[in-house]
Ligand binder design. Structure first.
Ligand SMILES: Nc1ncnc2c1ncn2[C@@H]1O[C@H](COP(=O)(O)OP(=O)(O)O)[C@@H](O)[C@H]1O
Ligand SMILES: [Mg+2]
Length: 222
């Protein structure tokens, strides 16, 4: 299965979500390819840190591919892996279009802020365009960096749910330092010690919604 974490907004959490899902898939025993389709190379840097710091290495393969090359390279590589996760850049619509043409699931995080949800029309356009060549594309929107309180989450949810091009899923991730703390150490949030129970639960629900995988064991250390 090819899962793209996308959207046109920078800083929405694409790389955070892509890297967490990748590590969790690997921990579930899947052979995973993480495609870094953003020239900012966040996923590449994250993977390099894992390869340097973990005795068993990152636990998955990461390649950097941008622009239209995403189409040809991922098509060629997809058969060799059980799961492909693509981390796209916000600005590079060429790589995003290419990823949308070949993926099964397009997952779009939105922060519950106006500037973020205002990009929804653009995202819906990309999806509708992609469906002309990839009619079975599953497009999902969810809230990332949800507020602990206030009405912004609910307002953003209502807006996101109003677009027929995407399915709004309620598996939100809260705005939790654990995500940033884990990333800075080359870890998925489920690997962070001490655990952030709420972050683990949230990312576990999102993962469970996306992938039909029951048990995630620990990644082998060696
Ligand atoms: N749920 C979250 N809680 C707290 N911080 C987050 C969360 N998701 C992302 N971040 C932080 O927001 C920043 C942007 O996230 P990133 O994944 O790099 O976004 P993008 O790849 O969409 O540009 C990073 O500093 C990241 O640690
Ligand atoms: Mg990124």
């Amino acid at each position: 299965m090819i899962t793209v974490v996308g959207g046109t907004k920078g800083g929405s959490g694409k790389s955070t979500v892509a890297t967490n899902l990748t590590v969790m898939l690997a921990a579930a025993g899947r052979d995973v390819l993480l495609v870094d389709a953003d020239d900012q190379e966040t996923s590449t840097d994250f993977t390099a840190m894992r390869n340097e710091t973990r005795p068993g290495g990152a636990g998955y393969t990461c390649v950097a591919v941008t622009g239209r090359n995403v189409l040809t390279e991922v098509k060629r590589l997809a058969d060799k892996y059980q799961e492909v996760v693509i981390d796209t850049g916000g600005r590079d619509t060429a790589s995003q279009r290419a990823a949308l043409a070949i993926c099964h699931t397009y997952l779009v995080p939105f922060a519950p802020r106006s500037f973020d949800v205002w990009t929804l029309d653009k995202v819906a356009e990309l999806i509708e365009e992609a469906r002309s060549i990839n009619p079975d594309l599953r497009a999902l929107a969810f809230i990332n960096r949800a507020d602990a309180q206030g009405k912004d989450n609910a307002e953003a949810a209502e807006f996101l749910a109003s677009k027929p091009a995407l399915e709004f899923i309620t598996t939100a991730l809260g705005n939790r330092k654990a995500f940033a703390n884990a990333a800075s150490q080359g870890l998925a949030v489920v690997e962070l010690r001490p655990h952030d129970a709420k972050a683990n639960e949230e990312v576990g629900k999102l993962f469970g919604y996306l992938f039909n995988i029951k048990k995630i064991s620990k990644l082998k250390e060696a």
